[in-house]
Design a protein around this ligand. Structure first.
Ligand SMILES: Nc1nc2c(ncn2[C@@H]2O[C@H](COP(=O)(O)OP(=O)(O)OP(=O)(O)O)[C@@H](O)[C@H]2O)c(=O)[nH]1
Ligand SMILES: [Mg+2]
Length: 401
């Protein structure tokens, strides 16, 4: 036979120019992939629903891409309006579960919702006999000048029907004035206020007080959502979103996921190549139930996910940063809501912010120690609030570690 067997690139055993070229190309690709890995940072935001994951992302977006654009602001105008109408509807729907019931008619004259001056129960700006609720409302020409006092027997039923079937608003559209009176009246109704104060029992959105205490501003003819309105507005995340920023020669990709139970099975799809995890848990969740399961305590649920994430084979060498968020809300509620009622092993000073912080830090840290600290993996714990300018610095420092 005598003839040698050939491969497409040359005789077997012989290294041809083409082989060498392919090898060089493969080496080059490997080198580039390594460089890319070194400059690419993938941060995964994890935690239960409503803990503040997307809010951290909003803060990062603000810091890296500057102020929100006009179309973004417009989308948040719609969101704020929906937060008002849907948030109130959620609270009203939850009344029977709390053993509460609205009266059939509104009561007598009252001072007005929170600090909104000169408001008469039963009437709203734009309705006969209404009294001004704020300068912007006057500019909209929607306020009667009278000071008539009175109630409308059909008031509650009509107001409920409007809120029940509330529609969204379009781009650039002002908040429709016909909603002002019903929103203000229903919010100020004592039964509704009682329900708000017991909102932890049924997972009422925590941003309601912020928006309802500022209704005249929101209905102002010149209203444009402020940065604070945008940051405090609420949109539940469905699915997985990726946002990238450039910082100091690094490309940082933040992956945000939905935290509700139904969303968690999707998390695994983004577990590959994670540089660090930002695990967000609301401190104010210690006395709150989950929206999707009122039998489950939000903080206990967070502890369970935290333990399983820290214990996961996927993240043996991944830095994990725990953000105990919503410290502003925690500081307020701790004055009246005892941790011991929800965590019987809490033996710190009752109603103390410091004791509460120490307890929850210890509980989360203990869960990590419990699963064993792995060499090469760091865990950081920070107490934060969206109101705290330090939040971003802490997050960025942690991400860049
Ligand atoms: N007062 C206060 N509100 C906060 C803080 N952080 C987040 N919020 C509010 O809490 C609500 C929920 O925050 P999100 O960031 O949407 O929660 P999430 O974890 O992304 O929730 P899912 O998308 O459902 O998983 C929003 O209305 C936020 O504005 C905080 O530090 N203080
Ligand atoms: Mg979210």
């Amino acid at each position: 036979m005598g003839g040698c067997v050939s491969s497409p690139s040359g005789p077997v055993g012989e290294v041809t120019e083409l082989d060498k070229q392919r090898h060089r190309q493969a080496e080059e690709e490997l080198k580039q992939a390594r460089v890319k890995m070194a400059v690419q940072v993938k941060v995964l935001l994890l935690g239960p629903s409503d803990s503040g994951k997307s809010t951290v992302l909003k803060q990062m977006r603000l810091a890296h891409r500057g102020p929100f654009t006009q179309p973004e602001i417009e989308s948040f105008r719609q969101r704020v309006f929906e937060n008002l109408t849907r948030g109130l509807k959620y609270l009203l729907d939850a009344l029977p579960d709390m053993g509460l019931e609205l009266p059939e008619v509104y009561g007598d004259v009252y001072e007005g919702p929170d600090d909104n001056e000169g408001y008469v129960r039963g009437w709203g700006p734009g309705e006969d006999g209404a009294v001004a609720g704020g300068e912007g409302l006057i500019r909209r020409g929607m306020c009667g000048a009278g000071t008539a006092e009175g109630t409308r027997p059909d008031g509650i039923a009509a107001d409920l029907a409007l809120i029940e079937h509330a529609k969204g608003i379009g781009d650039g559209e002002l908040f429709p004035m016909r909603y002002y009176g019903p929103l203000a009246r229903l919010w100020a109704e004592p039964v509704v206020q009682t329900a708000w104060n017991r909102g932890n029992e049924v997972a009422v959105p925590e941003n309601l007080h912020y928006f309802f205490s500022d209704l005249p501003r929101l209905f102002d003819v010149e209203y444009v959502p402020t940065t604070q309105d945008i940051v405090l507005s609420r949109t539940r995340t469905i699915g997985i979103t990726e946002t990238s920023f450039h910082r100091r020669d690094k490309e940082i990709t933040i992956v945000d996921v939905g935290g509700q139970k139904s969303e968690r099975r999707k998390w695994i799809h983004c577990f590959q190549d994670v540089t660090s995890i930002l695990f967000v848990t609301s401190l104010s969740g210690y006395d709150r139930c989950l929206l999707e399961d009122r039998d489950v305590n939000q903080m206990k649920d967070a502890m369970m996910i935290w333990e399983s994430i820290c214990n996961s084979q996927w993240f043996k060498r991944t830095s994990i940063i725990l953000l105990l968020s919503k410290n502003d809300l925690f500081q307020e509620k701790i004055k009246t809501s005892d941790i011991k009622s929800f965590f019987p092993d809490f033996d710190g000073e009752p109603y103390s912010v410091t004791a509460g912080h120490a307890y929850f830090k210890k509980r989360f840290a203990w869960l990590v120690v419990n699963v064993g600290r792995v060499k090469g993996r760091e865990i950081y714990i920070h107490i934060t609030s969206v109101m705290d300018p330090e939040l971003l610095r802490v997050v960025m420092a942690a991400v860049e570690e």
